[in-house]
Write a protein that binds this ligand. Structure first.
Ligand SMILES: Cc1cc2nc3c(=O)[nH]c(=O)nc-3n(C[C@H](O)[C@H](O)[C@H](O)COP(=O)(O)O)c2cc1C
Length: 378
């Protein structure tokens, strides 16, 4: 019998599919609708203590390509296919006080669904680190099951917030440590993909007691320029700032980041995010070792909270388990991580004559580095 339930960071999920922190989880009405639709859990829109004022005009747009054509544009039109979302939305524009009372009410109404509170503060001084602790205490007193630290928002001007924390192992350490000092629930950390070596930030988080890593947030990017008007397709008074790319375009890129981390920390827990709208997409993350996955863009485009997406994810997983029943697979634990070891250095990939390639090293030249460890198995 197919069993979709799973345990992740000690929390039981009826299925491993969550709504990611984004507009689908910006209000209690959305979150309750999401639970009703079948999502195993949600991560709230990120809650902070600083005032948030969003840009004028649209905060998110969707890049599409003409079916059978090459035109890439955000213009909403028939006969086109989604490539990516692009957003420059900030964190929740509702203050912490707005969430207090609502989080506990959500949990009371849906005790068996998982509620994760995403929070964000700065990390550059003691006052900011105390803000992390204020947020942690406030949301855990509301009864949330876990906390996700946002080290990944791509549109921060502050050098000690969002993705600027996630690019710096030291800032990752101090913020995780501050939260872990007061947290009584599991602490997940959402890292930015805009880092040179994400394994370094993941190591800093785990060293300080982080319970799981979520990845990826959106990738830094710009909207395209309209060849007619010569304006960015999203702009205010002609100006644009770097925003975040999500949706199908980032699935392969997010997988590359995830593979680096699950290989470096095979015994740790990971929540995969980026480009998921079907079980086939989610399966990539599971096979690399993730224990849950999260969805944003696809849910936004499906009645704001993804009722059809979650149906497709759960029925896709059930069918997958039934198809593989003869292997004895009944749950995620039976196939999680099966392809983690299949991402290898380039030199390990088969060649017509394996002996001729040594990973770019000049194996026999005097004065050059030897690299026996990269030599393909013979
Ligand atoms: C409009 C929008 C707002 C978002 N806001 C947040 C946020 O407040 N906190 C956060 O951690 N991630 C935020 N994200 C990132 C998503 O949670 C997710 O990591 C990203 O969109 C990749 O997933 P996807 O490909 O399913 O969209 C936002 C994404 C979008 C599109």
């Amino acid at each position: 019998m197919a069993d979709l339930s799973t345990v992740f960071t000690g929390i039981r999920f009826e299925n491993p599919f969550l709504l990611a922190s984004a507009p689908p989880t910006e209000s209690e009405t959305n979150i309750m609708r999401a639970y009703e639709a079948g999502w195993g859990g949600v991560v709230t829109k990120t809650i902070g203590l600083h005032p948030v004022v969003n840009v004028r005009g649209p905060k998110t747009k969707f890049l599409r390509v003409d079916n059978g054509g090459t035109r890439l544009s955000m213009a909403k039109r028939p006969d086109s296919t989604l490539v990516a979302s692009w957003n420059w939305e900030l964190i929740s524009d509702k203050p912490l006080d707005w969430w207090i009372g609502r989080l506990s009410a959500i949990k009371k109404t849906w005790p068996n669904k998982v509620l994760v509170a995403s929070i964000m503060a700065g990390s550059g001084n003691d006052k900011e680190l105390a803000n992390w602790q204020t947020l942690t205490r406030a949301v855990q007193d509301e009864g949330v099951d876990a906390i996700e630290l946002n080290f990944s928002c791509p549109h921060m001007d502050r050098v000690d917030m969002g993705a600027n924390v996630g690019k710096d192992p030291v800032l990752c350490s101090v913020s995780t440590q501050a939260v872990k000092e007061v947290a009584r629930v599991p602490v997940w950390v959402k890292l930015t993909p805009a880092s040179a070596d994400i394994v370094e930030e993941a190591a800093a988080v785990f060293r300080m007691g982080g319970d799981a890593i979520s990845s990826s947030n959106t990738f830094p990017s710009l909207p395209l320029i309209d060849p007619g008007t010569l304006d960015f397709e999203v702009n205010v008074d002609g100006y644009v700032a770097s925003g975040g790319l999500g949706g199908p375009a980032i699935l392969p890129q997010s997988l590359a980041k995830m593979a680096q981390m699950t290989q470096a920390f095979p015994d740790r827990e990971f929540s995969g995010i980026g480009g998921i709208s079907t079980f086939a997409h989610a399966l990539n993350y599971f096979l690399l070792g993730c224990g849950t996955v999260q969805v944003a863009t696809a849910a936004m485009l499906d009645h704001a909270i993804g009722p059809n997406v979650i149906k497709a994810l759960t029925s896709g997983m059930t069918e997958f388990l039934e198809r593989n029943a003869e292997r004895g697979w009944t749950s995620l634990a039976d196939f999680r991580g099966l392809r983690r070891g299949h991402v290898v250095p380039h030199a390990r990939i088969g060649r017509p004559d394996a002996a001729d390639y040594h990973g770019g090293y000049d194996d026999d030249a005097e004065g050059y580095a030897r690299a026996e460890e990269f030599a393909p198995a013979r």
